[in-house]
Design a protein around this ligand. Structure first.
Ligand code: TMP
Length: 208
């Protein structure tokens, strides 16, 4: 079986990063070769772009510019990290990917999903994941979980922006039910991990 490319998505505070780390640790314990990445970032240039995209001390940028920078970071990640790892037989796990751009820039910023998908096809080979786990949680509950000062350009956006992002994620899951699986993100970390593992086992069997 070809090594799968799996992404984890969700609103702020949904617990993606925690669950991504748990899945990576689970694979490590099973001796499965894997590569865990995050977006924006994951390459040397990508981490520099991350700083430009997230840091609100920089000058303001247009939503289209923001999207192009995100796609530039993604192109680097695909060509330099994701594809080589998959070709070497490693499972690739990425904390956020194209669905974040569809939800945050397409729905949140209002650029529209069609433009984002066309841009992704042109700039990133339309390289969609094999499976995307959408950790779904009401915006308010995610905010409460963060329990730290909200400090990047997205965390500081108004409530309505984050509601559009959540609606965007759910809409993508409705449009692409085969690729995008919504996982309820309420409850303890252990409970959510059981749900995540259940999805991964149903799709990929004994790897997990
Ligand atoms: P995180 O690593 O804490 O999830 O932060 C990344 C932030 O960047 C998060 O607020 C969502 C945002 N983002 C986008 O707006 N579009 C994207 O395509 C990606 C990958 C992230």
């Amino acid at each position: 079986m070809k090594a799968p490319f799996i992404t984890i998505e969700g609103v702020e505070g949904a617990g993606k990063s925690t669950q991504a780390a748990r899945v990576a640790a689970h694979l490590e314990a099973r001796g499965v070769p894997r590569l865990a990445l995050r977006e924006p970032g994951g390459t040397e240039l990508g981490e520099k772009l991350r700083d430009l995209i997230l840091n609100d001390t920089h000058i303001a940028m247009e939503a289209g510019t923001e999207t192009l920078l995100l796609m530039a970071s993604r192109r680097e990640l695909i060509d330099r990290a994701i594809r080589p790892a998959l070709e070497a037989g490693r499972v690739v796990l990425c904390d956020r990917f194209i669905d974040s751009t569809l939800a945050y820039q397409g729905y949140g910023r209002g650029l529209g999903a069609d433009w984002i998908r066309r841009l992704f096809d042109l700039s990133c080979h339309g390289f969609y994941p094999d499976l995307t786990l959408l950790l779904d949680l009401p915006v308010e509950e995610g905010r409460e979980r963060l329990r730290r000062p909200l400090n990047d350009r997205f965390e500081r956006e108004e409530h309505a922006f984050h509601e559009r992002v959540r609606e965007g994620f759910l809409s993508i899951a409705g449009t692409e039910p085969e690729r995008v699986q919504a996982v309820p993100a309420h409850g303890s970390g252990d409970e959510v991990f059981e749900r995540v593992l259940g999805c991964l086992r149903r799709r990929f069997g004994t790897i997990f």
